[in-house]
Design a protein around this ligand. Sequence first.
Ligand code: PLP
Length: 373
Amino acid sequence: MKPNCLICTHTQEEYPLDEIRWQSDSGHLLDIRFYPQFDKRAIRQRSANLWRYREALPLSSNKFVTFGEGATPLQKINIYGRNIYFKLDFLFPTGSYKDRGSAVMVSKIKELGIEKVVQDSSGNAGASVAAYCAKAGIDCDIFVPKGISASKLAQIKAYGANVIVIDGSREDTAQAAYEAAKRSYYASHYWNPFFLQGTKTFAYEVCEQLGWKAPDTLILPAGNGTLLLGAYIGFKELVKATIIEKRPKIIGIQAANCSPLYEAFNEGLTYIPDVETLPTLAEGIAIAKPVRGKQMMQYVELSEGSFLVVSEEEIKDAFYEISRMGYFVEPTSAAVVAGVKKYVAEAPENEIIVSVLTGSGLKASDKIAKLLF
Ligand SMILES: *Cc1c(COP(=O)(O)O)cnc(C)c1O
């Protein structure tokens, strides 16, 4: 076995797993080489949270930074007469699935002895990292673009993070954080490879909840891809561990108003082109230049999947429908529901389909009140 390490996605240069770094010397993204272990018997005997898969996580100790998160319900919801499994990830401590990534990433940061971090976000990732840093006693600067939802800003501030509001776009905010991170440590949900080591637990949980079986298809949001990439990594590891035979196909959902991946993928490009974007209700996936975009397209392709887009009308309709069934989620999550509807309309009969409700509507009730009623 080759040693565990951080690997540059561009030059394949390797660095020790416990080196304090979030990008390679050549300035590129890092991935992680790590050999996860799954002992089903041990897993079954542990508490219902994501730490039950601890031997599959690249941490050196059991001193986790945790609120007891994970093991969210996998519920069947009827869409066009078909039962679709939805993972209720809006039930995480800070109200979004981002806590999967933050729990593992901040545990690693604590383990490495890092005392101050930088992060940027349009809301949920910032709130999540701020909460875990509060729990761990780590100082954090969260960069946010002007105009983010008041309730998300309040949540970030409440956890005691230093908030830096950037008078510019989401991309300007990311650039400002990137510069600041050069003098600090970047606890970025898309740059930091340990974040994806947390979101991969989505795959483990789905697999265990289906009786250690893989679904045929996963329908996931595609913004920065932190859930999509993590889910791919997790299912790939489960195949390697011979727990399942085949990875699910991954369908990535984008808003038609901001759909760089959909466009690039369908044009057969291997890079993310400049695309024109319009505002969308699905603010959580409104990412014009996803930093891991190339990787997202590769993984979707390897899974034999594709990208779908949904219109603002479809997002609104899906929001009303899913709310009327008792699930109060963010408009971004409704975009994924709209994607499920689109996919199911043409899906093969017997496919087992898993999707996700990513964020709580309580986080965006101010926007929901203004925009939808
Ligand atoms: C972050 C987020 C998404 C999109 O996830 P990506 O990792 O950017 O693809 C979807 N829904 C909610 C509620 C989110 O917070």
